[in-house]
Design a protein around this ligand. Structure first.
Ligand code: ATP
Ligand code: MG
Ligand code: MG
Length: 350
């Protein structure tokens, strides 16, 4: 049998390990933090820092292929692993998506629309970009941001210096504000042989930068769903991608605008666990193991609700609702803003 190496032991790594297990595959998870959610379900766990080359080499040597649940893996660790085993999705996808500026440049060069953006290096570059884009605008760190962390909304040009200070001098981009009518995301998959399959677009609602719900079907015209799928396929093909990718889009009267891409399974794809014969986690494992992709047709209407922080108190009530499928991540400690689990509310396809 084959063994899949997974970098990162959070909830995404955990659900990937469960999917691999269902396919008769073994998993070895590499996670620096103690007691990771994926540690409870994988076959082997290495808890070592990404700087530990001996641990990385032992990890790579014990698996057939390496994948990951997050994009911010240090380049030096990837170099050590890549000398021993294939990394899927490949290095180009990581290089592009680790940095918001590189990512937006890449997407623009592909001919895709993004929010207006500018590289911010100092107060002068921020003030000039604010003049061009107007307010509101959003200042985002180029690297390491997630769940809206590392972002400052600027409502007035006079807030420029304060916004810069909030990011502590981290390299940043300014984005013009997109007045979207909806947010949707495409969960796309590409196999080793180049076959592409995308799940039905889900409609996302965020609050305070964190995903709250994903609903399928999305309330957007069929033509836009097709456009969005073709757009995602273009990115997958351009990167010669292997695995599942999340593509977040803003829907505007002028068409879809790409917000960001994630080279991994994605929170907005969790609905597929109860809405499709083959979910995003199985699809990803199939792809990185070199297997054919599975049937990701949507057979139900689903609302995925994230359980964040104190939402855990409502689990008994949420779980009792008709059609509720509960997914908890086994995190020992509840913290404000921390994703603890999700509920998929499933109804027959309308
Ligand atoms: P994730 O956890 O999805 O990786 P993130 O920290 O990378 O989140 P973004 O996706 O950049 O954050 O932004 C979070 C949310 O903030 C978006 O889904 C959207 O609702 C809002 N947002 C971000 N950028 C813009 C923009 N340029 N215009 C309007 N809204 C925006
Ligand atoms: Mg992001
Ligand atoms: Mg996002």
């Amino acid at each position: 049998g084959s063994t899949i190496g997974i970098l990162g032991g959070g909830q995404l790594g955990r659900m990937l390990a469960v999917a691999a297990s269902r396919l008769g595959l073994k998993t070895h998870v590499y996670e620096p933090a103690a007691n990771p959610p994926a540690g409870q379900v994988c076959d082997a766990l290495t808890t070592a820092p990404y700087e530990d080359e001996a641990a990385l080499r032992a990890f790579a040597g014990s698996v057939d292929v390496v994948t990951y649940e997050f994009e911010n893996i240090p380049t030096s660790a990837l170099d050590v692993i890549e000398a021993l085993r294939p990394i899927r999705p490949g290095r180009e996808a990581l290089r592009v998506s680790q940095d918001r500026l590189t990512e937006k440049d890449y997407l623009s060069e592909l001919g895709l629309k993004t929010a207006p953006y500018a590289d911010i290096t100092d107060l002068a570059s921020l003030e000039s970009a604010l003049e061009r884009f107007g307010t509101p605008a959003i200042l985002k760190t180029r690297r390491f941001g997630y769940d809206g962390k590392g972002q400052v909304r600027i409502s007035d040009p006079s807030e420029a210096a304060e916004a810069l200070a909030e990011l502590n001098g981290a390299p940043a981009v300014l984005e013009g504000f997109v007045d979207f009518t909806a947010e949707i995301s495409i969960i796309g998959a590409r196999a080793l042989d180049g076959a592409v399959a995308c799940f039905d677009p889900g409609e996302n609602v965020h609050s305070a930068g964190i995903l709250r719900t994903t609903t399928v079907p999305a309330s957007v015209p069929a033509s836009l769903r097709t456009d969005a799928i073709l757009l995602a396929a273009r990115i997958l093909n351009a990167l010669d991608y292997v695995g599942v990718m999340g593509v977040e889009l803003f829907v505007t009267p002028q068409g879809p605008i790409v917000n960001e891409i994630a080279p991994r399974v994605h929170n907005s794809g969790h609905w597929t666990q109860n809405g499709c014969a083959v979910d995003q986690f199985e699809q990803h494992i199939r792809a990185v193991a070199g297997w054919p992709l599975g049937d990701g047709q949507r057979h139900a209407d689903v609302v995925m609700e994230n359980l964040i922080g104190d939402d855990m108190d409502r689990v008994p009530e949420l779980a009792a609702r008709p059609g509720a499928a509960l997914h908890l991540y086994g995190k020992a400690e509840t913290r404000e803003g921390r994703k603890m689990g999700h509920v998929n509310l499933v109804k027959p396809k309308g």
